[in-house]
Design a protein around this ligand. Structure first.
Ligand SMILES: *[C@@H]1O[C@H](CO)[C@@H](O)[C@H](O)[C@H]1NC(C)=O
Ligand SMILES: *[C@@H]1O[C@H](CO)[C@@H](O)[C@H](O)[C@H]1NC(C)=O
Ligand SMILES: *[C@@H]1O[C@H](CO)[C@@H](O)[C@H](O)[C@H]1NC(C)=O
Ligand SMILES: *[C@@H]1O[C@H](CO)[C@@H](O)[C@H](O)[C@H]1NC(C)=O
Ligand SMILES: *[C@@H]1O[C@H](CO)[C@@H](O)[C@H](O)[C@H]1NC(C)=O
Ligand SMILES: *[C@@H]1O[C@H](CO)[C@@H](O)[C@H](O)[C@H]1NC(C)=O
Ligand SMILES: *[C@@H]1O[C@H](CO)[C@@H](O)[C@H](O)[C@H]1NC(C)=O
Length: 171
């Protein structure tokens, strides 16, 4: 029989798995990080952002920084009226709203390409008659539903592993 300690551990695994679902960390520029001369539009176009995800900026903190601005700040590379600023060199920013976010580098680095905008989607977007007619949009929606239910491969693997471990402890 499973002991109470084993049951607690099993629950802990499940809760941890649920936590993994809610926090995808999008590392800006992937292994290139936050540096001048990179087209971050290409990077942003290659992934999908959902509410609750993190975006993280990795850079040399003595040289660069991060400002969250509005569209005007993004288009004109100005940090006046910035919504937020980060300087740690490894900044994790929670994307907690369904909107387009704009981030730029200060000290003129925005003009050297250090600017990125990301569109954050709701986990379950309301159906729109135009969008549902498109198969690509349907695929997107299925992905969102699957994600909402926690059906992501890494999570499934963790849960399956826990179930197998738990099952074997009953024998
Ligand atoms: C970055 O790539 C996008 C998409 O191909 C393109 O529209 C844009 O002009 C590029 N930006 C720069 C600064 O090269
Ligand atoms: C897009 O993402 C895939 C998988 O994460 C990666 O292999 C590929 O290099 C990326 N392409 C660009 C242009 O960043
Ligand atoms: C942004 O720059 C454009 C031209 O570069 C200018 O016409 C516009 O007034 C600027 N907007 C703000 C809010 O500074
Ligand atoms: C962005 O913020 C600046 C400064 O607060 C403001 O003047 C400008 O109108 C804002 N632009 C938009 C598109 O909200
Ligand atoms: C950065 O943000 C802090 C508040 O978090 C603010 O006090 C400070 O003035 C900001 N710095 C700049 C350069 O905008
Ligand atoms: C998102 O986070 C920001 C900064 O922490 C906060 O000001 C804002 O109220 C939050 N929005 C929601 C919808 O929770
Ligand atoms: C649906 O797809 C067609 C082309 O396949 C495109 O022209 C149209 O803009 C798309 N509509 C939406 C709402 O995405």
């Amino acid at each position: 029989m499973a002991s109470p300690a084993q049951l607690c551990f099993f629950l802990f695994i499940l809760v941890s798995a649920a936590a993994v679902v809610s926090a995808t960390d999008h590392i800006v520029g992937a292994n290139k990080g936050w540096n001048p001369g990179i087209n971050y539009t290409l990077w942003a176009n290659n992934q999908t952002f959902y509410v609750g995800d993190l975006i993280s900026f990795r850079y040399q903190k003595t040289m660069y920084n991060v400002f969250e601005v509005n569209q005007t700040g993004y288009d004109n590379c100005t940090t006046e009226g910035a919504v937020g600023n980060w300087t740690s060199g490894k900044d994790f920013i929670l994307l907690n709203e369904t909107k387009r976010y704009y981030f730029i580098g200060g000290n003129g680095q925005c003009f050297n390409g250090m600017k990125v905008s990301v569109l954050v989607h709701a986990l379950l977007s309301p159906p729109s008659s135009a969008a549902t007619a498109n198969s690509s949009s349907s695929a997107q929606r299925i992905h969102e539903v699957g994600r909402f239910m926690g059906l992501r491969a890494n999570v499934v693997a963790i849960v399956l592993g826990a179930l197998i471990w738990f099952g074997s402890s009953l024998i």
